[in-house]
Design a protein around this ligand. Sequence first.
Ligand code: SOE
Length: 392
Amino acid sequence: MSEIGIGLVGYKFMGRAHSNAWRQVARFFDVDPVPRLRAVAGRDEANVRAAAEQLGWEGYETSYQRLLERDDIHLIDVCAPGNAHHDIAIAALQAGKHVLCEKPLANTLDQAREMVEVAEASGKVNMVCFNYRRAPAVQLAKKLISEGRIGQVRHWRAVYLQDWILDPQFPLVWRLQKDLSGSGALGDIAAHIIDLSQFLVGPITEVIGTLNTFIKERPLEQASAGGGLQASASTEMGQVTVDDSTTFLARFENGATGTFEATRLAPGRRNFNSFEINGSEGSVIFNLERLNELQVYLTSDPEDVQGFRTVNVTEPVHDYASAWWPPGHIIGYEHSFVHTVKDLLEGVKANQSPAPTFADGYACQAVLDAVEQSASNRQWASVQTLPVAVSR
Ligand code: SOE
């Protein structure tokens, strides 16, 4: 059994979710290579040391560059804020490391294009952590569509609704600053439903949309007294430079229509990522807050039992399910990350980048970019595609 050394950059929410995935994957799946949690990197030594101990890393570094210099680290997992993705991923690829990068791939389309070009040239495995693709219920939706069981797909309809910044006193964290996050709800959560739509329905060719900022200034963030992970708000105010919400329409290459809404200002919606797909012979509905279930409607059902059925996607026949528990013993949010790193490790063994690759991350970034263009000039915007020279 071979081993692969992992180096993690960042240890906040996504760093914790990824750490759990690297710790758990070999305990539930037969993976080869087996991950060794070599080190987590962060600039504040006291905080990163505490995070290494709490999250199960063998050690820590106070710069990501130190991870790249280590011969016992072969894969870099980028869980840093969006403005750091480009530099860290490119340096890691050029240092001969495989790379898993949190979503969205980058803060700009130019950055994303360069990341794809370097990744393709490096020959290293590259992947973007759009983890919701690997909820078993989403995999079932993909299977039903691929097998033609809901017929020709005509409509995609998705919302991603949260409410964590509803309080105007919530501080101006990095996700609310364009230079750090690239955009707001658009790149953070609309990116997920864009990636899911292109995974399940196909490429988007055109969009028309709006971006909205309702709370235009917030208290500056200040590190809490004990230097802990939770920030507190100061009395000084700062400008919010990203969108609180986005709504847009899309045209898919295969002729389907798409409607998208993402907001962080929907009271009561904690992480409501939901899509509905209508085909010529059926429909499917997914709701992340009930992620073990897929609602399925098939016109082929006998007339006296027509209606949406709720499939509990925990049977051995369903992707990933048999690695966990018996049918009906449901799984959670964190399992989608375990499934992601499981498939990534299989990709490393085969030296084949598993989808979503950096090229798929670019395809999402191109939609983000088109929505921003459309919101600015109030017209339909075409979605850019990668230059032909860069293979998919
Ligand atoms: C915050 O919106 C966030 O943590 C996103 O950044 C994640 O991608 C999403 O999975 C949950 O919400």
